[in-house]
Design a protein around this ligand. Structure first.
Ligand code: FES
Length: 106
C-alpha cells in the first residue's frame, strides 16, 4: 500500500512556481504547471546540478549548468547534453496539502 507524505502546500506553490523538497533524504522538485502539480527528481541526470535553480517555462525546467531541459510531467529530457530521464512521482492534493508517493513511478 502506498503511503503519501505531505511535503508542501498549494498556497506556497502557485502556477509557474517550483519548490525543492527532501523526501527520505532525496531531493525532489515540485512544479506547478498551469495549476497542476508535478514531481520529479531535482538532480539533473547529466551531472549533479539542482534543477530547482533553473527556470520553469510551461512544463520545461532548464538546468542552469549546461542548459538541458526536462519535461517535469514525464521526466524526459528535451535537450542535450542530458539523455537520461528524471524519475517522476505521483502527487495527491488533499485540501491545501501537496502529498507525494516517495516511490518513483516505474
Ligand atoms: S548538469 Fe544539467 S545539463 Fe549538465
Amino acid at each position: 500500500m502506498t503511503t503519501f507524505i505531505t511535503v508542501a502546500t498549494l498556497s506556497e506553490l502557485g502556477p509557474g512556481m517550483t519548490k525543492r523538497v527532501t523526501v527520505s533524504g532525496h531531493p525532489i522538485l515540485l512544479a506547478n504547471v498551469d495549476g497542476q502539480v508535478y514531481a520529479c527528481d531535482d538532480t539533473c541526470t547529466h551531472e549533479d546540478s539542482s534543477l530547482y535553480l533553473g527556470c520553469l517555462k510551461g512544463a520545461l525546467i532548464s538546468c542552469t549548468l549546461h542548459g538541458s531541459r526536462f519535461d517535469v510531467r514525464s521526466g524526459l529530457p528535451q535537450e542535450e547534453p542530458a539523455t537520461e530521464s528524471l524519475k517522476t512521482y505521483e502527487i495527491q492534493i488533499e485540501g491545501d496539502e501537496i502529498r507525494i508517493d516517495p516511490n518513483p513511478r516505474t
